[in-house]
Design a protein around this ligand. Structure first.
Ligand SMILES: Nc1ncnc2c1ncn2[C@@H]1O[C@H](COP(=O)(O)OP(=O)(O)OP(=O)(O)O)[C@@H](O)[C@H]1O
Ligand SMILES: [Mg+2]
Length: 224
């Protein structure tokens, strides 16, 4: 089933009098429970495509269909609601809140996504996901005491704690060495399969493509 599809998506940026078309009619479908990687040269429009797909910025033309609902024609409140409850995000850097513990970062995300659970269940859910990312022993640690790889594991836990349908990841391994990158990719692969999450990720690293189900190559605003 296609949980997510992009139809003739276009994006034009205006700088002064200059108009530049950055996405030139993108068509793409994501299959449920699979990982799709976007690869291509710097400036080819990968991050722009990912952020429009995730409802973080508007399209100039075309459709983004999530469960057959066109999110490009929704109000910003409706998109915000879908983003908070049904989407998860991972970026190049973990962007953890420096004054919250690992547990608190995850608990906050449950609140943001308005997951209705009692305290006991909250503990269970957080313990479960920390176990899955191999950080059970760092539950009460602050970000400053975590390594780069551990921080990215927390970011991944935070991205999936509310059981999103779609995970968007923009160069999730770009700040890590090869060994850590492979660990993070196999974690994303494992979580995608077992939690049945559909993942769209951007990567520069061809070595990471062995962990994904589909590769979409972009060049100059087009899928090639
Ligand atoms: N808000 C914006 N205003 C104007 N131009 C923009 C804006 N956002 C992106 N662009 C331009 O769109 C093009 C594509 O940018 P994008 O960030 O999508 O590329 P990318 O493929 O993710 O590159 P990289 O691999 O370097 O991250 C670039 O030329 C960029 O300068
Ligand atoms: Mg980018």
């Amino acid at each position: 089933m296609d949980i997510f599809s992009i139809d003739e998506l276009r994006k034009t940026f205006t700088n002064g009098d200059m108009k530049e078309e950055i996405l030139k009619g993108i068509n793409l479908t994501l299959k449920e429970g699979e990982i799709t990687a976007l690869v291509g040269p710097s400036g080819s429009g990968k991050s722009t495509l990912l952020t429009i797909a995730a409802g973080l910025q508007p399209a100039s033309d075309g459709k983004v269909l999530f469960n057959d609902i066109n999110i490009t024609s929704m109000t910003s409140e409706q998109v915000r609601d879908i983003r908070a409850k049904q989407f998860g995000f991972v970026f190049q850097f973990a962007h953890l809140v420096p004054f919250l513990t690992v547990w608190e970062q995850l608990s906050l995300m449950l609140d943001v996504s308005e997951v209705k659970i009692n305290n006991e269940k909250r503990e269970q859910e957080i313990d479960y996901i920390l176990d899955r990312v191999g950080l059970s022993n760092r539950k009460h640690a602050y970000p400053s005491s975590l390594s780069g790889g551990e921080k990215q594991r927390v970011a991944i836990a935070r991205a999936v704690i509310h059981k999103p349908k779609v995970l968007f990841a923009d160069e999730p391994t770009a700040s890590l060495d090869t060994k850590k990158s492979k660990e993070i990719m196999s974690l994303i692969q494992d979580l995608t399969k077992t939690l049945n999450i559909t993942t769209l990720m951007v990567t520069h690293d061809e070595e990471m493509l062995s962990y994904v189900d589909h590769v979409v190559r972009m060049s100059d605003g087009r899928v090639v």
